[in-house]
Design a protein around this ligand. Structure first.
Ligand code: PXL
Length: 303
């Protein structure tokens, strides 16, 4: 008991610790900002803010529109990352999570590694953004893709889609439905690359619809969703952001996966009703209130 009191008094005297406990959780998001076509920071900031989490954007690039438009203006911000990091270190800023995503150059891999190494207590989340639907994004060079495994090696959690999981493992993009046993093997092999937690999104699982599948501490999880025949930009960013928000607030991995799947699937269905092109991205603005009040996760099962 006296020892417990001592710990409480120590924490109260350490104002920095008290402040860190009271303030909203803080995420450094190393991602691009695209003017139109919802994705990356234009999804991550509103979604995590609605969940009560502060996002500190570290933009990797500014684009007029995401790369799916084919034509776009892009300003690469590779020169910005390290000076920003140095500034945060000088200020003594701390983050509860460092989250990397869309990168504009292979040098930014080194910059993310420095970010991760600088905030040792932060949860390290790598969304190894490289491609979708079996193809890599227009601005992603072979060097950038092959170096993504260096970020995966230091991550606590990775959230590739099926295309990115295939690139990381050097596998062919699967043509049709996938056997659960094959997914378990992919999840374990990705975890052996470094992260203890692996979530793969957009998996057409045999007898399971479209699923997200997860692995942590020897257990495999799946959350099943309804198939919608369009893949809207920003869906993966939304899923990973809600997963992070859930985990930071104490959800278990399957509960956070189910929370992320529920809101992402609802947003996809609402977007589909509107009939907008996939490039406009996942529409979520009218539904954000549901995240503020804490959306109900759908169910999850063991894979
Ligand atoms: O959501 C992935 C993503 C992020 N950022 C940019 C993109 C894409 C996918 O097309 O182009 C700029």
């Amino acid at each position: 008991m006296p020892q417990k009191c001592g710990i409480i008094i120590y924490i109260l005297l350490r104002k920095d610790l008290t402040r860190a406990m009271m303030r909203p959780k803080r995420v450094a998001a190393i991602q691009d900002i695209s003017g139109i076509g919802r994705c990356s920071l234009t999804v991550i900031i509103p979604v995590l803010s609605a969940m009560g989490v502060q996002v500190c954007p570290i933009p990797t690039a500014v684009l007029s529109a995401h790369t799916g438009y084919g034509e776009f203006v892009m300003h690469d911000l590779t020169d910005f990352t390290i000076p920003a990091l140095e500034h945060y270190k000088k200020l003594g800023t701390d983050f509860d999570c460092v989250y990397s995503g869309f990168l504009a150059s292979s040098e930014q891999i080194d910059h993310c590694l420095e970010f991760f190494a600088s905030f040792k207590g932060a949860m390290k989340v790598v969304d190894p953004v490289m491609g979708d639907n079996g193809k890599s994004y227009q601005t992603y060079t072979p060097e950038l893709c092959s170096r993504m495994s260096e970020l995966v090696a230091v991550a606590d959690i990775i959230t590739p889609n099926l295309t990115e999981a295939a690139i990381l493992l050097g596998e062919e993009f699967p043509a049709g439905e996938i056997e659960p046993e094959a997914m378990k093997s992919w999840l374990t092999r990705l975890s052996e690359m470094g992260p203890q937690t692996v979530v793969i999104t957009s998996v057409p699982l045999k007898n399971g619809g479209i699923c997200s599948v997860g692995y942590e501490a020897g257990r495999f999880w799946k959350v099943t969703g309804e198939f919608v025949p369009i893949s809207y930009s920003g869906s993966g960013d939304m899923y990973t952001s809600i997963l992070i928000g859930g985990l930071l607030e104490g959800d278990s991995l399957p509960a956070a996966m189910a929370r992320a799947a529920e809101f992402t699937e609802s947003s996809i269905k609402e977007t589909y009703k509107l009939g907008t092109p996939w490039t406009d991205g996942i529409m979520f603005e009218p539904m954000l209130g549901r995240l503020i009040s804490g959306n109900e996760p759908t169910g999850y099962t063991e894979l």
